[in-house]
Ligand binder design. Structure first.
Ligand code: ATP
Ligand code: MG
Length: 265
């Protein structure tokens, strides 16, 4: 079964500048797809279009079917029903998802309440969700405001919120880029473990091929809003067909040898 079916997605500014150009991709149930490309290639706009979250003045045409719902042209009511239930997102910057004035536990309770939980069961579900993202002292975190947590803790809370509704598709847009290098690998490992356990479909966005190779099986390479190549990630790494993919691979390798990360993956 297809969870996400994007056909001929084009994203434009009000002036008519094309930012994503006739993009097509599909993600099957439990499948993990990478979206790779350098800064400005249209990765984030693609994920925002999938969730019907494009900023004002930016419009999408074409077809985006998410768990059977057409997102392009959908009403806000339809979109609200789809978000969380069918697809959830983790952004690069965890503060995007978190309300600065609300304790973590209360924020996390909202999606769980929508699933019908209340009272002691709701409280327990909040604790469980925080434990699942490997937050020690879940009760203390539940009482904390976002500014009282570290970046890594905030991203874990944001991930717990995204997973709370058990969506069919998780979209992760560079979820580790804003984190300290020391916690990046841990966060990747956590996402990897949780989505595999739940057999959740994933669209994983990154400019880093090595990161994408760790999480996903197949990837689409975006350049200036266009898909230039698509295939199994390992094939893309071993035998990039397109010069642009080649340059992404060699810059990843240069970085890897500079940091001497060769033996860690
Ligand atoms: N609101 C907007 N109005 C006009 N242009 C925009 C807007 N948002 C993004 N763009 C342009 O669209 C292009 C794609 O942006 P997008 O944010 O999708 O890139 P990206 O691949 O996610 O990059 P990064 O890796 O830096 O996050 C860029 O050239 C950007 O300048
Ligand atoms: Mg982006």
């Amino acid at each position: 079964m297809t969870v996400l079916d994007v056909q001929g997605l084009t994203v434009r500014t009000a002036e008519g500048t094309v930012l994503v150009d006739n993009l097509s991709l599909t993600v099957g149930r439990g499948e993990r797809l990478g979206l790779i490309g350098e800064s400005g290639s249209g990765k984030s706009l693609t994920t925002l279009a999938v969730l019907g979250l494009l900023p004002r003045g930016i419009t999408a045409t074409g077809s985006v079917e998410l768990a059977g719902t057409q997102i392009v042209g959908a009403s806000e009511k339809q979109l609200t029903a789809v978000r969380g239930r069918d697809a959830a997102v983790v952004f690069q910057e965890p503060l995007t998802a978190l309300d600065p004035l609300m304790r973590a536990g209360r924020q996390l309770a909202e999606p769980l309440r929508r699933r019908g939980l209340k009272g002691a069961a709701l409280k327990q579900a909040v604790t469980d969700a925080l434990e699942q993202v490997r937050l020690p002292e879940p009760d203390r975190i539940a009482r904390s405001f976002p500014h009282e947590m570290s970046g890594g803790q905030r991203q874990r809370v944001a991930l717990a919120m995204a997973l709370a509704c058990d969506p069919a598709l998780l979209i992760a847009d560079e979820p580790t880029t804003a984190l300290d290098v020391s916690v990046q690998a841990e966060m990747l490992d956590l996402i990897d473990t949780l989505v595999r356990e739940r057999d959740m479909a994933v669209v994983f966005v990154s400019h880093d091929l090595a990161v994408v190779a760790r999480i996903t099986d197949r990837a689409v390479v975006l350049r200036a809003g266009r898909a230039v190549e698509e295939g199994p990630v390992l094939d893309l790494v071993r035998a990039p067909g397109h010069a642009y993919t080649k340059s992404l691979v060699s810059s990843a390798q240069r970085l890897e040898s500079a940091l001497d990360l060769g033996g860690t993956r």
